[in-house]
Design a protein around this ligand. Structure first.
Ligand SMILES: Nc1ncnc2c1ncn2[C@@H]1O[C@H](COP(=O)(O)OP(=O)(O)O)[C@@H](O)[C@H]1O
Ligand SMILES: Nc1ccn([C@H]2C[C@H](O)[C@@H](COP(=O)(O)OP(=O)(O)O)O2)c(=O)n1
Length: 233
């Protein structure tokens, strides 16, 4: 059971935006502060990508990808404190963050049948919670169009690349430059696909985190959540 009545928040918060804007870290902290459940939908697309890679098929072969993902059992946890990600009962929480998965995930997540399957699963997981913070690319636009609060996180590309490089422990200028190229490639892929492209929902609050600390963004989202609940009462 999630949803802390004393925190005043019962409802759904969506956090969308490109890579490195702080979605996962902010969503976890906001969920912990509000006593809410937490769902990382990117982890689900990454888990589907593990299934595709293990099947030895080309991630760009949409038909084969759809077939493999339809058969895979993908499980994710909904607690901000722990990370549970499994494919067919195997723990893939570490592997989904690796370079091989990161390279292939945009192609896998562009396949409509993959999205339909995972969106159904996401809605079922969300339904089980009284209060939930969900992060991804299409949560405010497609998965939860009636969410209590929608936030779209942005940040300058250089800041995003620096943050991700620090998180991955990359040191050389070449490594950081390659990561910046990969982020740009993924931004373009995710924003230009036909099915559920990355974009802010019309009613999303856009928060630019370039010059904000992580805690500053968390405070802002918690404040927005409290006023969204107040406005609906
Ligand atoms: N406002 C911020 N300022 C500086 N670093 C941040 C900020 N928000 C998040 N980070 C750090 O940036 C890295 C990437 O954040 P993450 O939450 O994984 O982003 P996303 O889920 O959007 O890809 C993490 O190491 C995180 O701690
Ligand atoms: N709701 C979502 C979440 C992620 N995706 C896709 C697009 C992203 O490039 C990948 C990986 O998402 P993830 O949030 O793990 O990526 P980052 O941590 O921001 O690098 O999955 C999506 O299409 N829809």
């Amino acid at each position: 059971m999630s949803g802390d009545v004393s925190s005043g928040f019962l409802g759904q918060i969506t956090l969308d935006g490109p890579s490195g804007t702080g979605k996962s870290s902010v969503a976890r902290s906001v969920a912990a502060r509000l006593g809410a459940a937490y769902l990382d939908t990117g982890a689900m697309y990454r888990a589907a990508t593990v299934a595709v890679l293990d099947a030895g098929i080309d991630p760009e072969d949409a038909e084969a990808v759809a077939r493999v993902v339809a058969e895979a059992r993908i499980e994710v946890g909904t607690s901000a404190g722990t990370e549970l990600v499994e494919v067919d009962g195997v723990d893939v929480a570490v592997r989904i963050r690796g370079a091989e998965v990161t390279r292939a995930v945009s192609a896998v997540s562009a396949v409509p049948a993959v999205r339909r399957r995972l969106v159904d699963q996401q809605r079922a997981l969300v339904e089980a919670a009284d209060a939930v913070v969900v992060e991804g690319r299409d949560i405010g636009t497609v998965v939860l169009p009636d969410a209590t609060l929608k936030v779209y996180l942005t940040a300058a590309p250089e800041a995003r690349a620096q943050r991700r490089a620090a998180q991955l422990g990359l040191r050389t200028a070449d490594e950081v430059a390659a990561l910046a190229v990969d982020l740009r490639r993924r931004d373009e892929y995710d924003s230009s696909r036909a099915d559920s492209p990355l974009r802010p929902a019309a009613d999303a609050v856009v928060v630019d985190s370039t010059d904000l600390s992580q805690e500053g963004v968390v405070d802002r989202v918690v404040e927005l959540a409290r006023s969204a609940v107040g406005a609906r009462r």
